[in-house]
Write a protein that binds this ligand. Sequence first.
Ligand code: HEM
Length: 396
Amino acid sequence: MAENNQNAVAGSAPAKQNPVVTKGGVYKPPVERADPNPYKDSRVTQVGAWFQERFAVVIPVIDYLKKKEVPKHRLSFWYYFGGLGLFFFMVQIVTGLLLMQYYKPTTADAFASFVFLQKEVSFGWLVRQVHAWSANLMVLMVFVHMFSSFFMKSYRKPRELMWLTGSVLFVLTLGFGFTGYLLPWNEIAFFATQVGTEVPKVAPGGAFIVNILRGGEEVTGETLTRMFSVHVVLLPGLLLLLLSAHLLLVQILGTSAPIGYKETGRIKGYEKFFPTFLAKDAIGWLIGFGLILYLAVFFPGPIGIEANPLAPAPMGIKPEWYFWAQFLMLKDFSFPNGELIAIFVITLGAGFWFFVPFLDRRASQEQKSPIFTIIGLLYLAGLVINTYRVFAEYGW
Ligand code: HEM
């Protein structure tokens, strides 16, 4: 049997060390076979050993993950929301792939393909409704996860990159909602996209952005193709890339505890991430799965009526609920140059939010930063109040 030596040839005497750097300074990876069972663990099966021999380089990483622990305290509950967002995203991938088997992204066929899916395809209605409900829940979970991370100041040193990758993930998640809304090509989707894609027009150079978003001056079949390709190719690709970085950082840096919790003895112990925390995550995912099935069956969304670009816009056009707060702000600022000011304020607010790990210096020194807590509360109150105002005025 080979010795516990990465450069040993399995089944023979240990090989001599390979030079890692050649004379010219070029790195050369070791060429000998790795030990299939470096820790001489009697529980490793033949299949396990086969993989270990090939992926020897990641064994230390797996060892590290096995040691990862999650702190237990009265706010631990909030640690589950990132995982729930991840679960609903996985549901989106699976149901989205199924929907794509029937969906046709052209103005002539899009609506009809939705009707066909909803009425003719076995369980097509269920897949469509699950996709729609899971999208809403994913956005909701990401909102909760972002605000709970903010209030626990999880963005503080050394987790700045977790916050930054998370912020981009948040924008991508909203992007999914925006681009997916037009795909059924029904009346509401059509006019809401017309309103939504018009917003940049008031800003300098905005007409160019509108043109990019729409693929022309108006919302047409070009817009539909554009939204479809962004929804099914660009956004999933970017999200997977960012998510890999986000989750890798979670594993490397571990889960943070709120400021002062360790020092004041408020940590009630630690639990292993693998398998204890992951098993609890799985319970949350099962509850989430039950919830989307329940909502899909008992509260199915309508298909609406087919979009007619020549018809006048119906009353009460509004975007999806997660854009209501910004939508209302644009309406509230309906004085000369008001929309431009609203866009400026929203951009400034988003910029502040994005760079918060570098602005909250006190938190990075493990000191309480109540001003940032108050700012977070103001953001949250603004969002909730404006969202509620739209609900009160327009209904669901
Ligand atoms: C698609 C969206 C997202 C997914 C799937 C996701 C997933 C996760 C998961 C699974 C964790 C580890 C468990 C937890 O703390 O909940 C985590 C941690 C974290 N996430 Fe996200 N996340 C997303 C978006 C965001 C956003 C929008 C932000 C903030 C702007 C953010 C900031 C963080 C931070 C700071 C942590 C570290 C928490 C700690 O160490 O205490 N994430 N994320």
